[in-house]
Design a protein around this ligand. Structure first.
Ligand SMILES: Cc1ncc(COP(=O)(O)O)c(C=O)c1O
Length: 443
């Protein structure tokens, strides 16, 4: 990786880390290298590029300068040794797990996860032969260790689980994974590296949907995988022969050729090259412009969410407000430890009168957009039970904490008073629309 001065603060690195100044035009902004491939100077040049013996590029599927700048910038912000950009958050999760696990392997996860991820684990990845086992994040270390099997290849979690914000104890899971000899993979989408850097708490790999707060504008879909560079693949060579033993990619194992960045190299030169989940550099151009202002946006996202969560508590239309930054939240202690600068900007509210009340609330919103997405400059809302969690049976939704009246809010960057007025107005209309049952109500 190139570019960052170790003394630079986060705000400087989000603008400058990883930058490449092109030798021709000296463009100050990273250009969109919108090209499928790169001209070979001659026959031998092509041979050298394909053999990986030349610093020059061979093909954009896994090697594009625009994408590389963003990947290195994110790796720098997370404190990793390498970054790889892919086409979506889902692709990042799949690629990270394909790099460490194969058919017949087992992966432990926390129970509370973004439903798209859970669906991929129970659906497409299970069909590829991977077995996923969910454990309660609050279970003691001993219980986690009991679930480790010889074929366990990773522990997977989210730093701020979407949508309930039940912040996990990252240090505990890092301890479990270190004792078990498997990497801890953390989806850090909702926190972003501005609020939490899982590698500093012992995680080994970080994945992101860059579609969310990192881009921030809601204009692109993308994903990233960050290699923390600390997992000792050689000490666990039997578990991870693809990284620590010779194989079809050459007599020298990845660990010998790439040292601490073996996983990143394997992801780039095998997983991304072979599966091909390439993100267009035009999308990455927009992502880079988002990352430049990440710190400022996250401060405002958090300030808006804190104010809104606090003001919504106690509204008569609501049975609960789930936000880990709230004083009364059971997740406040973990939030304070792992998210000292704020607990993000997802708030889940539970309409006391269930699905019908959620429908009234959502249909009455005027400013807040009813749609699926999070981490946008715009405030967004969705009834997850009838959309993201719709394929589940009611008892499954309830076991995950997805109650009939649950609405996920992603608090944006509009003026907080305007967001609040819109939410409270819609909640007040839920109360006004409530059927009157008691004699007192009739009066
Ligand atoms: C926590 C989390 N991880 C991953 C994803 C998947 O990201 P993408 O939509 O970019 O595939 C999402 C999408 O909402 C998410 O919320």
């Amino acid at each position: 990786m190139t570019g960052a001065d170790e003394r630079w603060g986060f705000e400087t690195r989000q603008i400058h880390a990883g930058e490449i100044i092109d030798a021709e035009a000296f463009a100050r902004i990273t250009p969109v290298y919108q090209t499928a491939g790169y001209l070979f100077e001659d026959f031998d040049d092509g041979v050298e590029r394909f053999a990986g013996r030349s610093a020059r590029r061979a093909y954009s599927r896994n090697d594009n300068p625009t994408n590389l700048v963003a990947a290195w910038r994110l790796a720098d912000l997370e404190g990793g040794v390498d970054g790889i950009l892919v086409a979506s958050g889902q692709a990042a999760i799949a690629a990270a797990l394909f790099a460490v696990a194969s058919a017949g392997d087992h992966i432990l996860t926390t129970r509370s996860l973004y439903e798209g991820t859970r669906e991929m684990f129970r659906g497409a990845l299970r069909r590829q032969g991977l077995e996923f086992e969910a454990v309660d994040a609050l279970a003691p270390t001993s219980e986690w260790l009991e679930r480790i099997r010889p074929n366990t290849k990773a522990i997977y979690t989210e730093s701020i689980p979407n949508p309930l914000g039940d912040v996990v104890d990252l240090e505990k899971l890092a301890d479990v994974s270190a004792r078990a000899g498997v990497p801890l993979v953390v989806d850090n989408t909702v926190a972003t590296p501005y609020l939490c850097r899982p590698l500093e708490w012992g995680a080994d790999v970080v994945v992101h949907s860059t579609s969310k707060w990192l881009a921030g504008h809601g204009a692109v879909i993308g994903g990233a995988i960050i290699d923390g560079g600390r997992f000792d693949w050689e000490a666990h060579a039997d578990r991870f022969p693809q990284l620590a033993r010779s194989g079809p990619y050459g007599p020298d194992p990845f660990t010998q050729r790439f040292g601490a960045a073996a996983l990143g190299a394997y992801l780039r030169s095998v997983i991304v090259l072979e599966y091909g989940p390439t993100v267009p550099p035009s999308s990455t151009f927009l992502l880079l412009h988002g990352i430049e202002t990440l710190s400022l946006r996250m401060q405002r996202h958090v300030a808006n969410a804190e104010r809104i969560a606090a003001e919504l508590v106690g509204h008569p239309a609501l049975a609960a407000v789930h936000y880990p930054g709230l004083a009364g939240s059971p997740h406040r202690p973990t939030a304070k430890k792992y998210l000292p600068d704020g607990a993000g900007s997802i708030i889940a509210i539970d309409l006391a009168a269930g699905r019908a009340a959620a429908r009234t609330f959502l249909d009455e919103l005027r400013l807040v957009s009813q749609m699926t997405h999070i981490g946008d400059v715009r405030s967004l809302a969705i009834h997850t039970g009838s959309t993201i969690h719709a394929k589940l049976e009611e008892h499954e939704r309830l076991s995950l904490g997805i109650t009939p009246g649950l609405v996920r809010l992603s608090i944006g960057l509009e003026r907080v008073d305007d967001i609040l007025r819109d939410l409270v107005r819609a909640l007040d209309l839920v109360i006004a629309a409530r059927p009157r049952t008691s004699a007192g109500d009739e009066g």
